[in-house]
Design a protein around this ligand. Structure first.
Ligand code: CTP
Ligand code: MG
Length: 244
């Protein structure tokens, strides 16, 4: 894989579009954190603690290498941390991202849900490389379980899971492309649950890049228990596994 081919001094997180270019590309990381956490039922998820840190602090730490980090916050919250910028979130995720995009200055933007606190460096490296090559990419995972249609609570038709992917974040884009996509969606009054769909709606393909199951989204109460378990092993669990 490309990781093995990289010269030892190359750090893709610090030179996302290639260190050999004369002006290194600037990366803005946009962190939507303005949701209300209804399915979890304990208020805005971004401020829940796991392993001694809030989900927001975990996500911020995972992108501490970025040129710019912008957070969309729910009403009543503010952030005072040097080097961080924040905006008020909107009533939808799409609006929250749009509010951050308005002030983003990077050539490339990564949009990452704060509800995914564990940021796996190798997966982000894969995403940056694909975004550099294609202009739009997202992390995604194969479906592990049998996938079936819910037919009035009965076991319906089995769906060929090989054809499907579970979409994660971060998602990476050339900033101007994502900006155009947001403007077009607004003009058409269309709402999407992620940014890849916005860019697709503009007619631009979005590359699928292998994600990582540790980057799961904390959505339901039991996910908090999984997150607490993983927090105890972090960052050790991120170190490359020994090969036999
Ligand atoms: N988000 C946001 N602004 C919104 C809605 C969501 O910034 N108006 C963010 C959330 O904070 C989260 C991410 O989008 O980091 C993914 O959303 P989700 O997991 O659905 O979180 P919530 O919307 O908070 O949860 P729920 O749907 O259960 O209310
Ligand atoms: Mg939501």
């Amino acid at each position: 894989m490309f990781l093995g081919l990289r010269p030892p001094t190359f750090d893709p997180l610090l030179c996302a579009l290639g260190c050999s270019t004369i002006s290194p590309v600037k990366v803005s990381v946009l962190l939507p954190a303005a949701g209300s956490g209804e399915r979890l039922g304990r208020g805005p998820k971004a401020f829940l603690q796991v392993g001694g840190k809030t989900l927001l602090e975990w996500a911020l730490q995972g992108f501490d290498w970025a040129d710019e980090r912008i957070v969309a916050l729910p009403a009543g919250k503010a952030l005072e941390e040097p080097g961080l910028r924040w905006v008020r979130g909107g009533s939808t995720r799409q609006q929250s991202v749009f509010n951050m995009l308005k002030i983003a200055t990077g050539d490339m933007v990564l949009v990452h849900d704060v509800a995914r606190p564990f940021v796996v460096r190798e997966a982000v490296e894969r995403l940056l490389e694909a975004t550099r090559q294609t202009g739009a990419a997202t992390l995604a995972l194969p479906v592990a379980d049998t996938l079936v249609e819910n037919l009035h609570s009965d076991y319906g038709e089995v769906i060929p899971r090989e054809r499907y992917r579970l979409v994660q974040t971060p998602q990476g884009f050339r900033r101007e492309l994502l900006w155009k996509a947001h403007l077009a969606a607004q003009a058409a009054s269309r709402q999407f649950s992620d940014d890849a769909q916005l860019v697709m709606a503009l007619g631009h393909p979005v590359a699928l890049v292998e994600g990582d199951r540790r980057m799961f989204k904390v959505t339901y109460p039991e996910d908090l228990e999984l997150a607490a378990g993983l927090a105890r092993m972090w960052p050790e669990s991120q170190k490359p596994q020994a090969q036999d």
